[in-house]
Design a protein around this ligand. Structure first.
Ligand SMILES: Cc1cc2nc3c(=O)[nH]c(=O)nc-3n(C[C@H](O)[C@H](O)[C@H](O)COP(=O)(O)OP(=O)(O)OC[C@H]3O[C@@H](n4cnc5c(N)ncnc54)[C@H](O)[C@@H]3O)c2cc1C
Length: 327
């Protein structure tokens, strides 16, 4: 069964003449993709002359968190981000919240939503079901990531007996099931389980060739790692958009979160710059926003056309960086 994302209240103009997830490495299937009125594929939003940005949220766990998230959504909406994504966690209730949040964004805002999806603890039948829910709630864009073992992200990956092993298979499944635009994860420092950056890049390119139209990079603070990953992709003939993952650093706690998410230590140079301000919240915040602005400026100077901000469900710091960059 193939799903078709249903019409939603997203009021942005559709682009029916463009193929979704246009990907030179996948044979184009004429007539396969039908963009319904008002639906927008992420690749179409990225296909612009202007430097743009996107934002990432996590599904709220309580009414309070939901209010905080929606304040951030409404504050970012006038800035017209290319898309907004919602992560996918372990466990049924978290997953329901991803479906509900992306569905609400599709139906109640002018934003282009993207739902993340992982293969963790899912049979293929369950994955089909979630993808069906995305389609039914008007979500056409999916970030297909494998996910990590619940409880211990560094633990041994355990495939569901009727599930999938790699994100590449998830990309294929989502693309087979409907007219979805699919993105994948990329790792400037290499995936934590990989020992070889070249083999890791080969795997990334396989995911793209399986049908993904773009990739989003894990957080980093040293631009060279991202730029070298981009070079490895280009060397393999892969030129889909690679968005850098950027997190505005506003507090020592957020800096600690960076290390956790990026899977690499905070660069000594960054710690030396920020940590002397640990007891000065305003000074730390200003220096952190400035540091991330300079990182983004360097990336833009290197030809990066879209930046992906991890917001932690707050908008202020992202809005500051976006304003500093004049986006
Ligand atoms: C932008 C971004 C968003 C994310 N969102 C979420 C989220 O919403 N929820 C969540 O739980 N996690 C999320 N993650 C984390 C992600 O799930 C983990 O980092 C996970 O360990 C890797 O996912 P992947 O999609 O890269 O997996 P894969 O591409 O399957 O790679 C996993 C490992 O297997 C190797 N590999 C890949 N293909 C092959 C192959 N064919 N043969 C042999 N080895 C192979 C890779 O090199 C890598 O070491 C996100 C990460 C990023 C960067």
């Amino acid at each position: 069964m193939r799903f078709r994302a249903r019409m939603c209240a997203n009021r942005r103009q559709a682009a029916p003449e463009r193929a979704a997830c246009s990907n030179r490495h996948v044979a184009p299937v004429v007539g396969r993709f039908t963009i319904l009125f008002g639906m927008t594929a992420v690749v179409d939003r990225l296909n612009t002359e202007k430097t743009t940005f996107s934002v990432e949220f996590f599904p709220p766990r309580s009414d309070d968190e939901e209010r905080i998230l929606w304040r951030a959504v409404r504050e970012l909406e006038p800035l017209d981000p290319a898309f907004v994504s919602v992560t996918y966690g372990a466990g049924g209730s978290s997953r329901d919240r991803t479906i509900r949040t992306t569905g609400r964004i599709a139906q109640e805002t002018t934003l282009t939503p993207m739902a993340h999806l992982t293969a963790v603890d899912h049979s293929v039948a369950e994955l089909r079901n979630v993808i069906g829910w995305y389609a039914a709630s008007g979500v056409q864009n999916v970030l297909a990531v494998r996910g990590d073992p619940p409880g211990d992200p560094n633990g041994e990956w355990r495939q569901h007996p009727e599930g999938l092993t790699y994100a590449e298979e998830l990309v294929r499944l989502v693309r087979e099931l409907g007219e979805f635009c699919v993105g994948v994860a990329a790792f400037p420092h290499g995936h934590p389980r990989s020992t070889d950056l070249d083999i890791d890049a080969d795997h990334l390119v396989r995911k793209i060739r399986a049908g993904a139209g773009f990739a989003i990079a894990q957080l980093f603070l040293e631009p060279e790692y991202f730029l070298r990953l981009r070079d490895r992709m280009v060397a393999r003939g892969c030129d889909v958009p690679l968005l850098p993952g950027v997190m505005p650093i506003t507090t020592p706690r957020v800096l600690g979160k960076f290390g956790e998410l990026a899977g690499v230590p905070v660069p000594a140079e960054v710690s030396e710059q920020l940590m002397p301000l640990a007891e000065d919240p305003a000074g730390f915040r200003a220096a952190g926003v400035d540091l991330v602005t300079r990182l983004c400026e360097r990336l833009i100077a290197e030809g990066v056309a879209a930046l992906h901000f991890y917001t932690l469900n707050r908008s202020k710091a992202t809005r500051q960086v976006v304003a500093n960059l004049g986006l």
